[in-house]
Design a protein. Structure first.
Length: 210
């Protein structure tokens, strides 16, 4: 059984943390976790290991793979050769992980105290009911509904041809990155910045059917 997820605010996405806390993995012969991150992963490997251990089934293998950072308030997403280089490196990282998982290797993470401390401090920003309070759509929005369909937690609805956020955001930024008009902004921090889409994942793959 495996979990592959991104790193948000030096930690595990809330939706993933909730899943592993409530899932019964006791019958799984071998459990692995792969975490993808952009700039800095903190002590996220320890975090998910500890969450799963407390839930009754610690993972046998935990690793991380560096990919593009798409947190627009801080970073401008990579393009061109830089993005291609990151994707090549990521593929190599996944190939290594796939081999080690196939061999059922054991890999238990151990992070330095400073990484754990930084992770705890930054991760607090994920815990709140108004993570989306700075999201808004500028006048170029045409009410197409793409943002509503790519939101993994149904946090967005289209009302009077405008997106409305309902305060159970996961901070994945899918709404910003996949808006065809680049109309969605996060305060003033994303205006004029590029948008990121994994070149190997289509918009159709991300859109909810209902």
């Amino acid at each position: 059984m495996g979990i592959v997820c991104p790193v948000y605010s030096l930690g595990v996405p809330l939706i993933v943390a909730d899943f592993v806390k409530n899932a019964d993995l006791s019958a799984a012969e071998y459990v692995f976790v792969i975490l993808t991150y952009g700039a800095y992963p903190g002590a996220v490997e320890d975090m998910i290991y500890n969450i799963m251990e407390a839930a009754g089934r610690a993972p046998d293998y935990v690793t991380k793979v560096k990919m593009a950072d798409n947190y627009l308030p801080v970073f401008n997403p990579p393009t061109g050769e830089k993005l291609e280089s990151l994707m090549r490196s990521a593929r190599q990282g996944f190939e290594v992980a796939a081999h080690e998982i196939h061999e059922k290797q054991k890999k238990v993470p151990h992070s330095f105290f400073i990484h754990k401390l930084m992770g705890r401090i930054v991760y607090r920003s994920m815990k709140g009911d108004a993570l989306d309070k700075e999201f808004h759509a500028d006048p170029t929005c045409n009410g197409c509904g793409t943002c509503e369909k790519v939101c993994p937690v149904k946090n967005i609805t289209i009302e009077q041809e405008r997106p409305v956020w309902h305060h159970h955001c996961e901070s994945c930024f899918a709404c910003i990155h996949h808006c065809p008009e680049k109309a969605i902004q996060f305060g003033s921090k994303t205006r004029g910045k590029g948008r990121y889409r994994n070149p190997e994942v289509s918009l159709k793959d991300l859109m909810r059917k209902s």
